[in-house]
Design a protein around this ligand. Structure first.
Ligand code: GLU
Length: 547
């Protein structure tokens, strides 16, 4: 019985050949990076998968390449309903969209599909059939118990675990005997007949990790499982070959499988793609104080919903991920504060090879800078959207006072160095609540040096009755605060005050603080001139009466 006969016995319905698929999926006419995001539909997008998809998308975009979405659902036991829809939706929220691939649970677009692995069974089997014909793969009849036994023996005798050498019992079983077992209905899987030698080395140049040397793979790894679907390893080779992937960008948990993958490409005579293995996001464990991977179970910050709930804009999360992806991004952004990720050129050479520490503090800082560069209208829209979800009362106040709110958010905004008050949409209310009369009651006044209520009242009354004029420009306004200071025995000039502090009750800054605190309750606020203008004299006087 020839290998071909055996292959036909195993896959009687497979009539296509690899060549047929080569015709169907020709080489792409693309100069840039052709890559993919290939999640399993086992749940929601987390920071790690967001990072991998973001890097893939960015690498493709910046090189005029292609990035497609392939869903790896060959582990039929682990499927979670609606995952594909959720993955697409979550990524879209982060502005990550694909040129090809799945666009819903069942639909797809693009010429290199199907992009759902479970729909590619026939393709994988065609490739497996080819290997059997070539004598490079074989059916293996071990039962679960037998495999368990082998594992125990290997563990006890401290040998490498797996199916190789003398443990690969079915590797050289004559085709006739194989055929007999199959005809008898014995269950089997298909294994690669590994041509590797563990004592030899294979060298791979990873785009992130650099040059890596491994022993060759000599394990007869499973390529087709009992249910006829491929293992990850086999699907990876077949898919990334036929989809004409040039760059495989994935988590570095796969790096130890590289010798297997390189070997599989070689067995078919295909050129392997370039690999970029990304380090995971790390943190210092609170208990052990050791560096460890962010964990789904222990770390709420791994879920993207964490950032949504905290009110951190998705763009800030992406900027943070960009600083992790390319170590030069942060300095570039400091030098180009008005530009963003889209203006920055991704470079594989600048990806850090060791996992960076996840730094929430830095994320908040990035977010603060990001929000400070937005237009006031956008701050309004997005704060409102956040409030509609998490603070209905504030949402309704924002809606009632739309133009007024936009003016508040515009204070010290469109200027060279905008004010940085908000790291999150949640911060907005915490920073500006006092501008809304709805919240301005039972307030705690942050008076400082001057805290005698009678004196305070005297200062503000004198100011608003005798000096303040809503139509003053800023300079006139400030000159009047100085004049008020002089009248009341405070030094109008800071330099002069420093020279002769004992000649005065205080200085013009103390007077401004009194006015600021009396009207807002806060010792620190954005520009007082703007605040007073926005409040208007009538509301200011009402506030003074609350003192
Ligand atoms: N399905 C694999 C995973 O989710 C994909 C890895 C890859 O990108 O090849 O880890």
């Amino acid at each position: 019985m020839t290998n071909k006969d055996l292959a036909n016995l195993i896959f009687p319905n497979i009539t296509k050949t690899i060549e047929d698929y080569n015709q169907l999926y020709p080489e792409r006419n693309v100069e840039g990076v052709v890559t993919r995001f290939a999640p399993s539909p086992t749940g929601f997008v987390h920071l790690g998968s967001l990072f991998a998809s973001f890097v893939a998308r960015k690498a493709a975009t910046d090189s005029n390449g292609v990035c497609f979405l392939r869903i790896e659902d060959t582990d039929q036991e682990r499927l979670v309903e609606n995952s594909v829809t959720e993955i697409i939706r979550d990524l879209k929220d982060f502005h990550i969209e694909f040129d090809e691939g799945m666009i819903s649970e069942t639909e797809e677009q693009g010429l290199y599909g199907p992009y759902l692995q479970s729909k590619r069974k026939e393709i994988y089997q065609t490739f497996a059939k080819f290997l059997i014909e070539e004598g490079k793969a074989y059916p293996c009849f071990y039962t679960k118990e037998e495999l368990e036994e082998i594992r125990e023996i290997q563990e006890v005798s401290k040998e490498r675990i797996g199916c190789y050498g003398k443990y690969a019992k079915y590797r050289d079983l004559p085709n006739e005997m194989v055929a007999e077992k199959i005809k008898d209905g014995e269950p089997y899987i298909i294994r690669l007949k590994s041509p590797g030698n563990f004592d030899k080395k294979v060298v791979v140049q990873d785009l992130v990790k650099g040059k890596i040397e491994f022993p060759e793979n000599d394990l007869d790894i499973v390529i087709i499982k009992k249910d006829g679907l491929p293992t990850y390893h086999f699907a990876h080779i077949v898919d990334d070959y036929l989809m004409r992937t040039t760059h495989v960008i994935r988590g570095d948990e796969w790096i130890s499988s590289l010798p297997v993958h390189i070997q599989l490409f070689e067995v078919f005579g295909f050129t392997p793609p370039k690999y970029a293995h990304l380090s995971p996001l790390m943190k210092v464990d609170e208990e052990t104080k050791n560096k460890r991977k962010l964990s789904k179970r222990k770390d709420p910050e791994l879920a993207v919903s964490y950032y949504h709930e905290a009110g951190i804009p998705n763009e800030a999360v992406l900027r943070y991920l960009m600083t992790v992806a390319n170590t030069n991004f942060e300095a570039w952004l400091d030098a180009n504060p008005t530009l963003g990720i889209d203006d920055f050129q991704f470079d594989f050479k600048k990806v850090s090879a060791s996992g960076g520490l996840f730094d929430l503090e830095k994320l908040y800082n990035i977010s603060k800078n990001y929000i400070s560069r937005l237009k006031a209208e956008e701050v309004y829209d997005r704060t409102l959207a956040y409030a509609k979800e998490f603070d209905l009362e504030f949402a309704s106040i924002l809606e009632q006072h739309k133009d007024y709110s936009i003016s508040i958010f515009n204070i010290e905004r469109e200027q060279k160095k905008p004010r940085k008050d908000y790291s999150t949409w949640k911060d907005v209310k915490e920073q500006v609540w006092y501008m809304y009369d709805e919240y301005f009651h039972d307030v705690h006044y942050e008076f400082g040096k001057i805290n005698d209520l009678e004196e305070i009242k005297h200062i503000v009354m004198t100011y608003f009755e005798n000096y303040y004029d809503e139509s003053d420009d800023k300079e006139t306004w400030f000159n009047k605060v100085k004049a008020l200071s002089s009248e009341l025995g405070f030094c109008p000039d800071m330099k002069e005050y420093k020279l002769h502090p004992d000649d005065y009750k205080g200085n013009v800054a103390d007077v401004s603080t009194v006015i600021r605190v009396a009207i807002t309750s806060k010792a620190q606020t954005p520009d007082l001139y703007e605040i007073l203008k926005l409040l208007g004299k009538k509301r200011i006087l009402e506030r003074i009466h609350l003192l």
